[in-house]
Every structure is written in C-alpha cells, then in structure tokens.
Design a protein around this ligand. Sequence first.
Ligand SMILES: [Zn+2]
Length: 326
Amino acid sequence: VSGTGKKWRPWLCAIAVAAASGSAGCTATLERPEFDARTLSARVVGLRSEARASYALIQKHIEDVGYQLAHSGAPICGEAVAPLLGASLARRNDFVLHAKKAQVEAAFGVGDRVKVFAVAGGSPAERAGLRAGDEIVAVDGRSITRTKHVFEALRRSSSGDPLFRVLREGTAHSLSLPRELGCDSGLRVYVSSSIDTSSDYNERDVWVPTGLVRFVKNDDELAIAIAHQIAHRLVGSFHRLQDEPRIDSLALVLSARAGFTITHAAGFWDRVAAEQPWKIPLATGGHPVDHGALELRAPVIRASVAEIQNLIAAGKPITTATSALR
Ligand SMILES: [Zn+2]
C-alpha cells in the first residue's frame, strides 16, 4: 500500500497544487474526524425515530387505499369476502429475510409479537380503538404468534364482532372489532424497493412493497396496483395469462367503486412495464411473464375505463358489467 502511495502521491500533489495555486505546499490535510460519542448516539436515535415515522406513514398510505378498495368492493367480491381489519401489522420475522433479528428489533421496535403500525381511517380497526403501537396477542381467544394468524382468525369468525386482546404499553386491553365484510385481501406491507404487489399460493394475503408507494405518482395509481392483486386473488389466477385482461378490468371496477380516478390506468401500466420490461413485455411470445403483455392488456384497460366512465356519467352503479367480465 505504501509503495503505491509513494508512486501516486506526486501526481495527486501536482493536481492539488495546479487546482489551488498559492496554497501552502502539498501537505496531507486528512484529519481524523472529530466526533462526540454522545452527540452521535443522539443523532442515531433521532434518525431511527425518523425512519420509523416514515415507515409508519407509508404503511398508513397503503392501508388507507387498501381498506377503501376492500370495503367498497364487497358487492363485487361475492363469496370472497371476510371481516375487514384496516390495520397494518408486522412482527420481527416479517421484515427483510436476512436481517438480523436484533437489528430489526432496534430499527422498527418490533419483536416476536404482532404489532400494529398504522390504522386506516374509518376502518373497523379505527372504530374498535386499535392504535399504532398495540401488540395483538389473541383474537377470539386464540393466541396470535404470526401476522397471518390475525387474518386467518378474521376469516374463521362466523358472526358477531371479533374480540381482540392487545397489549398497549404493557397493559392488556380487550377490543371488539365491528364486523364489516369486504374483499378478502389480508393486506400485508413489506419493506422492499420492489414495485410488485404479490400473493402467495398458500397464504391468502396480498403483499405490497413500500417501494410501490415511492414509485406511484398518486393514490389513484396505488389503488390500481393494489386492486390488480386483489383481483388476482378473486379470480384465483396467478399464472394464466389469458385471465390477465379480466383481472385488469376487475381492478378498474374496484378502483372506481372506491372513488379513485382510473383514467390514468393504461399509462400507469406503461410506466410499470418501462421500469421492468422483463415482467410486463410489450408483446406476447417469448418467455413466460408475471402479468401479461401490454398489447393484450392495454386495449381491455382502455375499453373498461371508457365503459366505467360512461356508467359514472350516467349515474349508474359500477358493477362487473364491463365487456371483459361478461
Ligand atoms: Zn396480473
């Protein structure tokens, strides 16, 4: 290292002197940065709390949009409905796969219990008095050790208001969740720079990455993306590309019913395709893809948007009666 340093130092010196002629020669100016451990530690605590607040804000955003879609979509979702929660939940193991447990705990203040990060406005969770920071320990007498258990418990509850047992700052509370049926989506938020919503085959929940909130231009786009995944769950199709136009149409119906503007939908998918063309190609053929080629989807999206706009203009209810769904 020192040999290389000796070779290069004259070069660097010459450049430095040329750039700042008149400076006092070419002595090393690198100094050990001064820091005060206490100030630095306070700054780390401050940044950590900013990060948590920013994360909670993203969760709230996703939960608000997801709740509106699931709530307004109830008549469209037919049999595929379940009691809605309207709260964003996570426990330690829900975070980045390879992160160390202690790091996640320190960064997000979350341990083995299922914690509430955000509550959607007007949702059953809000009406029940559930708050960010609460830890859910049981639903209807069954203990909750994983996040998906909460949504499973809701799906199981046949009638009446599900009873939540929560810990709030160490004190136990019982909260009764007003029963309200909506599209069964079990919305889950995960920390990732990805822009893809997803569902897995065994768990019925819809996963939304925090990166999507940074990508979308507004809530209308966020709604289109989340509704698309709810529609995938409704149709029960994940790899049959011939179902994709139908899923797009259903997603537009769900978004419009929830009061979101849908006129930008085709443009939104163009942007998604431009961001990751290996997932949504322009044309069919070639390798299998996740969500169908734009050449198949775009005409259906445009036709569905026009039909839904006509229904809105005529003051008619927005039902599944768009061409792609008949
Ligand atoms: Zn799709």
